[in-house]
Design a protein around this ligand. Structure first.
Ligand SMILES: Nc1ncnc2c1ncn2[C@@H]1O[C@H](COP(=O)(O)OP(=O)(O)O)[C@@H](O)[C@H]1O
Ligand SMILES: [Mg+2]
Length: 363
């Protein structure tokens, strides 16, 4: 998949700008606060219908304006694809090849992208939420059935949690089994797909981590093994666990088991990364995971995704930067940085200078 061009209109600090991207390395450079990340964010938004930085789409609209319009022309193995998004304060419209889509699941997969920024270190350092968020975002891009199951699961889970706060215990106990059957059906899809994803991720991450550290350290990713078997068996295991936790769930007022509580462990050279990894180790591990995501997308869809590297070069030491540049050769990459010369070491690239929400021509 390659993004050919991108048009931003009243998006963040852009009034009106058009970008042409090359099929390989594109470097957006410029001082801080000029709009580099905003551009990267627009690309990700057109791929996934969401942004990692916002709570509300409204933040994407240029201050003082009422609608932001962004669009991209890309190429995937089925041919050309145009994705357009009109973002209003209280609604949005997304079109794929001119046809309006009604749900986000229909957007995912037209252009896949992997987004890596310093914020992604949370993936290793923070609580399980971040790792689930990573899996959800990554798997959803290649599996509409996962994304749909996730939405339905979350909806039922919310309703179940509301029910648990009800005062009428007999009503709760009568109603829970009905919710739980539905909940387990979607949970099984989620658990199964996550398991498959982690099975692919672990060996790639191990190999890439060894490449990045010259084999000096080892990254081991292990999912919590809570379930066995096919979807039917997973659903039945979870149903039993839910039933076994009724009392606890009632007491606490929320659902204490299920994929919304699952986690993944990262070990670097035998030590739990969350607790023991240094900043540098965390960065390298996160990078290995993100580059693995690139390989998984390729394995699953037959195409490489667009790689977005937002401000990560300055955080890596020199050997890692060089290795990263080597590894991404041939991938379409959108890389942002403040000083292009300092991080590229003469790598072949298209340089785009950004100043105050516009492309600055010239140098
Ligand atoms: N909705 C918005 N309307 C106008 N300007 C915005 C909006 N959102 C962010 N900005 C501006 O965008 C700039 C930050 O852009 P960003 O892409 O994060 O910078 P960088 O080049 O450092 O990556 C800031 O000046 C911020 O004020
Ligand atoms: Mg930035």
């Amino acid at each position: 998949m390659k993004i050919k061009n991108l048009w931003l209109h009243n998006f963040r600090n852009y009034e009106d700008e058009k970008f042409s991207f090359s099929d390989s390395l594109n470097v957006l450079f410029g001082k801080n606060g000029q709009g580099k990340t905003n551009c990267a964010e627009a690309v990700f938004y057109l791929c996934t219908g969401t942004s990692l930085r916002i709570r509300h789409d409204k933040q994407l609209i240029r201050v003082g304006e009422s609608v932001a319009k962004i669009s991209a022309e890309a190429e995937n193995r089925y041919g050309r694809v145009t994705i357009e998004a009109d973002i209003y304060e209280d609604k949005r419209e997304i079109r794929v090849n001119g046809a309006k889509i009604s749900k986000n699941a229909d957007l995912m997969g037209h252009i896949n992208s992997v987004f890596f920024s310093p914020g992604e270190l949370r993936l290793i350092q923070d609580g399980p939420d971040e790792r689930r968020r990573f899996m959800n975002m990554s798997i959803s891009q290649t599996s509409a059935s996962y994304y749909t199951a996730l939405l339905r699961y979350n909806k039922i889970l919310d309703q179940r949690n509301v029910l648990l706060k009800n005062r009428d215990v007999s009503l709760i106990l009568d109603t829970l089994p009905v919710w739980d059957e539905q909940l387990c059906k979607y949970a099984a899809v989620i658990v199964k797909k996550r398991g498959e994803f982690l099975e692919k991720l672990a060996p790639y991450a191990k190999e890439l981590h060894a490449f990045l550290t010259d084999g000096k350290e080892e990254l081991v990713i292990t999912p919590e093994r809570k379930y066995e078997g096919d979807e039917r068996e997973i659903a039945s295991t979870l149903q039993k666990r839910l039933a076994g936790n009724y009392e606890k769930d009632l007491r606490l007022g929320f659902t204490t088991v299920g994929p919304h509580r699952d986690d993944v462990d990262f070990f670097i050279s035998g030590k739990d990364a969350k607790a023991y990894a240094s900043q540098g180790q965390t960065r390298t591990a996160a990078l290995a995971v993100k580059l693995s995501e690139v390989e998984i997308f390729h394995e699953l869809s037959g195409e490489y995704p667009v790689l977005i590297l937002d401000d990560v070069m300055s955080e890596l030491d020199l050997p890692r930067r060089k290795k990263l540049l080597k590894r991404i050769e041939g991938l379409q990459t959108i890389l942002t940085c403040t000083h292009a010369e300092r991080v590229l070491y003469g790598a072949d690239c298209t340089k785009i200078r950004i100043e105050d929400g516009a492309i600055k021509l010239g140098k």
